[in-house]
Design a protein around this ligand. Structure first.
Ligand code: EPZ
Length: 452
């Protein structure tokens, strides 16, 4: 953390105005990796300027992919014509910076016959093991050697289609299988796959490149390997996590925010909860330009309609459930709701630590090891504090806060904006990992915040 990595936030002002979200961080970064599999350039639009994108760009460039900005703002052109090996030292510059490097395994094995993956980074929200990834890669025929400096992989007899069943519908492991199976020889069947909209969008990207992927019912995905893939041109789905984060900010501060680019279809579960809490929203669908009339951009307007907010019980889950990345920002709004709200986190075992900071600001949140308010999950018997009870409404007051991870960090920021007084938020640069231009957006919404 640098001395300048601090935001002074003068809270108590409702956020009002309009902002725009671009392509989803959790699709864009994976689509960039997919470009490695093609033998022609790919073109990706609406790429946000965030650190995760920079890390993936750096790793692609190290491996010989030419990445350049296209004519449109946010357009990237990725040319994989000269894919080459990089040294361990070069790759290790990116150690600890993101979790996306694990997805380079399959594409690099296909292109080069070997891969080196640095130590992973990403948010500290529990142990975040990679056992499903390694098991899957081994089943495809990869030889995986874990070393102190990272992970070395080879594929002495090539990669071959296989039958797999994930113990949990992991987003990353599903993407690992997709990115490996598309060029593997034969058919791969993946059971208990994740089917998040970002995964379906990645499947669209791969299909544009020439892949054959069938999404069956009951989380079964079948991939028929093909000998070669071309490039793609793709406009990604919007970032539904960022959109929900700004929605929560509107509710917690008593404000009114129009989120341009947000789409209803992938946010339905969030919208139901938002309305149950007492938030208001209005969806405007995107309308393409027609002869004689300009098109309109889609947006969702989120606002606090006045009056009291109501407590809710929610459970995070894999798609189509309530996303784990939505809960931290929304919990700040729940501190303002009357009654006892319950949040049962079933995707990550340790994703409620950030509530301590909210308590230091006057919130009343108690975390429990039990599975509260829903179906028992795999963490109940394993002694993890993964359920929270939020008693409200609480008047939040200013505090000094240290940002622990991306989504919790955004929730700290919202809490500081909702609180009376001046808070200092340390480690805000971390928010740049997933929220494009968040400081400019805060300014556009009338927030009073400045560096240091
Ligand atoms: C992705 O992480 C997202 N990250 C996360 O968003 C998101 O919270 C998560 O999916 C769930 O939606 C990216 O897309 C870059 P998982 P991922 O594999 O793929 C366990 C954000 O802030 N597991 O679906 O790493 C794991 O521990 C980030 O944008 C294993 O046990 O998540 C977790 O409990 C945070 N072994 C569960 O599965 C494995 O090998 C779900 O993880 C892999 C996962």
């Amino acid at each position: 953390m640098t001395v300048n990595d601090v935001l002074t936030v003068h809270g108590g002002t409702p956020l009002h105005g309009r902002i725009r979200v671009r392509g989803a961080k959790n699709l864009v970064s994976k689509a960039m990796v997919a470009a490695l599999l093609g033998d022609a350039p790919s073109r990706l639009y609406d790429v946000p300027r965030i650190r995760d994108v920079e890390v993936v760009r750096g790793l692609l460039e190290l491996h010989g992919v030419r990445v350049s900005d296209g004519a449109e703002d946010g357009e990237l052109v990725l040319d994989p014509a000269n894919v080459e090996s990089a040294t361990t030292d070069e790759i290790n510059v990116h150690a600890g910076s993101s979790r996306i490097p694990i997805l380079f395994c399959g594409p690099l094995l296909h292109r080069l016959g070997h891969a080196f993956i640095p130590d992973l980074g990403g948010c500290h929200i529990g142990p975040r093991p990679i056992d499903f990834h390694i098991q899957a890669l081994r089943q495809f025929g990869a030889v995986v050697d874990k070393a102190p400096e990272g992970m070395h992989l080879t594929a002495p007899t090539g990669l071959h289609g296989t039958k797999l069943e994930l113990p949990f519908p992991s987003v990353g492991a599903t993407e690992q299988v997709l990115l490996t199976a598309v060029l593997a020889e034969g058919v791969t069947e993946l059971r208990n796959a994740a089917v998040e909209p970002e995964i379906i969008d990645l499947i669209c990207v791969l299909q544009k490149m020439g892949a054959i992927i069938k999404v069956h019912t009951d989380r079964v995905i079948e991939i028929q390997g093909v000998p070669r893939l071309g490039g793609y041109t793709h406009r990604p789905i919007p970032d539904r996590i960022e959109a929900a984060s700004w929605a929560a900010a509107a509710l917690a501060t008593g404000g009114d925010i129009e989120v341009y680019g947000a789409e209803q279809v992938d946010m339905m579960t969030f919208l139901n909860v938002f309305r149950s809490v007492g938030g208001a929203y209005e969806v405007t669908d995107m309308r393409p330009p027609r002869e004689g009339s300009a098109g309109t951009e889609g947006k969702i307007r989120f606002w606090h309609p006045g009056g009291e907010l109501q407590a809710v019980a929610l459970e995070t889950d894999v798609h189509p459930g309530f996303m784990t990345d939505w809960q931290q920002p929304l919990v700040v709004a729940l501190t303002q709701a009357r009654g006892l709200s319950i949040v049962h986190e079933t995707v990550y075992e340790q994703r409620l630590g950030y509530t301590e900071a909210l308590n230091s600001m006057g919130a009343t949140i108690q975390v429990y090891r039990d599975c509260l308010g829903g179906t028992p999950c795999r963490f109940g018997r394993r002694d993890f504090k993964h359920s929270a009870v939020i008693a409200g409404p609480s008047k939040l007051h200013a505090a000094d806060l240290v940002i622990p991870d991306l989504r919790a960090g955004f929730s700290h920021l919202i809490a500081a904006l909702a609180a009376e007084g001046t808070s200092r938020v340390y480690g805000v640069d971390l928010i740049n990992r997933g929220y494009e231009d968040f400081e400019a957006k805060l300014a556009a919404l009338g927030a009073h915040a400045e560096r240091a």
